[in-house]
Structure formats: C-alpha cells, structure tokens
Design a protein around this ligand. Structure first.
Ligand code: ADP
Ligand code: ADP
Length: 226
C-alpha cells in the first residue's frame, strides 16, 4: 500500500492550454479516491500526470516515498484500467492477463500462479482460453482488471472503466471493484462523471472544475453540503 502526494501541480499543454491549476492532494495508503467533474475539467490529465504518462509543468507527484518522474517507467508499479478495456484481441484471456508479467521476465510458474489467482477472484477461471471477442462486456472488463491486479500494483488508476456497460452490470461491477480493491488494499484513484459511482464507491471524492480542485471530502460531506 502506498500513499500518493500531489503538491502544487500545474499542467500546461504544449499548445498553452492550462489544464491543471495548483492541484494539492494527499491520498492515504489503501484509500479509494473518486475524481469527479464535468467533461473537460482535467480529470484524465490529472490521472495521466499521476501515472507519469504526462509530465507536470511544475510541482511534484510522489508515490510512497518516490517522486514519479524519478522512477524508471518500467519500474512504475502503476496499473491503469480504461473504459475501452484495451485488451489484445488476438490473445486469449490467459495471455492478456499474463502479458505484463512476461514483460517483466517472471518465471512461468510464478506467472501461472498469479494469473490463476486473479482469474479465480474475478470468476474468469473457466474462460482463460477464450479470446476477448468471445466474452461479454462485463467479462472483458474483468480481464482488464485481472491484467492490472496480477502485477500487484502499488497504485490502481481507473479512467471511466464502466461507462461502456449497461446500468445493471455497472452497479454489479461497482461493488466488485470495491470488494477487490479492499481485499488487495491497493490505493486507487477512479475517474468518473457518474455521481452514483462517486457516492457509492468513494472513501473520498475530489471535485475538479476548470482544472482546479474545488472540494475534497467524503461522499456525505460533498453531497450533503449546502
Ligand atoms: P476530462 O478527463 O475531465 O474530460 P481532460 O483531462 O481530458 O478532461 O482534458 C482537460 C482539458 O485539457 C480539455 O479542455 C482538453 O481539451 C485539454 N487537453 C487534453 N489533452 C490535451 C493536449 N494533449 N493538448 C492540449 N489540450 C489538451
Ligand atoms: P507463447 O506462444 O507466448 O510461448 P504459450 O501458448 O506457450 O505462449 O503459453 C505461455 C504459457 O502460458 C505456457 O506456460 C502455457 O502453458 C501457459 N498457458 C497458456 N494458456 C493457459 C491456460 N489457459 N491455463 C494455464 N496455463 C496456460
């Protein structure tokens, strides 16, 4: 479990657009943070900057006791889950889940243990030899989750992971994601524009507007505030 610290972060894109303005945020180890706000307010930019996929123009982001930009990208133990799953269509479920571990040159028996364990947690054990095209939307999202958790990440980043699913599956997956996250104890940042997701999933909600953090609080604090 790692804490995350965002200090005085500014992000100005090369075209001059000021996407993140003076962001400060301290995330506790194991905490589940939901980042909400209207489209274009900078949610993805902040998430990508925390992941080190975008460089902050100024300020500092650290995970545990290490500054993100000082960590070699290959050693950044950060897992991201997207709405479009980003699965490899030609690979089986097993290979999709094992891919990141293969890249790390882990021995095959260790890879197998990790993949089987994640598959069991996600109810995918029977589907390991299928291709993504042979799965339902919810199963594909579980494979994306599986690929993330096999790496035992220090940090989980979710970018609108449920927005392609129907309402029933969304509510089921909200519960599954939180259950899994609690079991694993992984510090998580979850981006959504869905207030129900924010209210039901968050330990704390961060409200972003026009690139600025406007409010930070528990769901009760945010939604019951006058
Ligand atoms: P959100 O995730 O809240 O919808 P984004 O972080 O994707 O918002 O975008 C925030 C703002 O930054 C938007 O106005 C968007 O157009 C702008 N933006 C995003 N990426 C770039 C980029 N590479 N160059 C310039 N502007 C960008
Ligand atoms: P590659 O073509 O990359 O060598 P393989 O098809 O040989 O990939 O599979 C890589 C490893 O994953 C092998 O050790 C294989 O036994 C294992 N593997 C593949 N699919 C499954 C599965 N459904 N259950 C258990 N192990 C699997």
């Amino acid at each position: 479990m790692a804490n995350v610290s965002v200090k005085d972060v500014e992000k100005i894109y090369p075209n001059g657009f000021h996407a993140i303005k003076g962001a400060n945020l301290e995330i506790e180890p194991g905490e589940f943070i939901v980042l909400v706000g209207p489209s274009g307010c900078g949610k993805s930019t902040l998430l990508r900057t925390i992941a080190g996929l975008e460089e902050a123009s100024s300020g500092e982001i650290s995970i545990g006791d290490r500054v993100v930009n000082d960590i070699d990208p290959a050693d950044r133990n950060i897992a991201m889950v997207f709405q479009n799953y980003a699965l490899y269509p030609h690979m089986t479920v097993y290979k999709n889940m094992a891919y990141g571990l293969k890249n790390r040159k882990l021995p095959n028996d260790q890879i197998d243990t990790q993949v089987q364990k994640a598959a069991l947690m996600l109810g995918l054990s029977e589907h390991l030899d299928r291709k993504p095209s042979q799965l339902s939307g919810g199963q594909r999202q579980r494979v994306a989750m599986g690929r993330a958790i096999v790496r035992s990440p220090d940090l989980f980043l979710f970018d609108e992971p449920l927005s392609n699913l129907d309402a029933k599956l969304r509510s089921q997956m909200r519960i599954e994601i939180r259950k899994l996250q609690r079991e694993l104890g992984v510090t998580s940042i979850y981006v959504t524009h869905d207030q129900v997701e924010a209210m039901t999933m968050a330990d704390r909600i961060v409200v972003l507007n026009g690139g600025k953090i406007e409010q930070i609080g528990t769901p009760a604090e945010i939604y019951n505030s006058p």
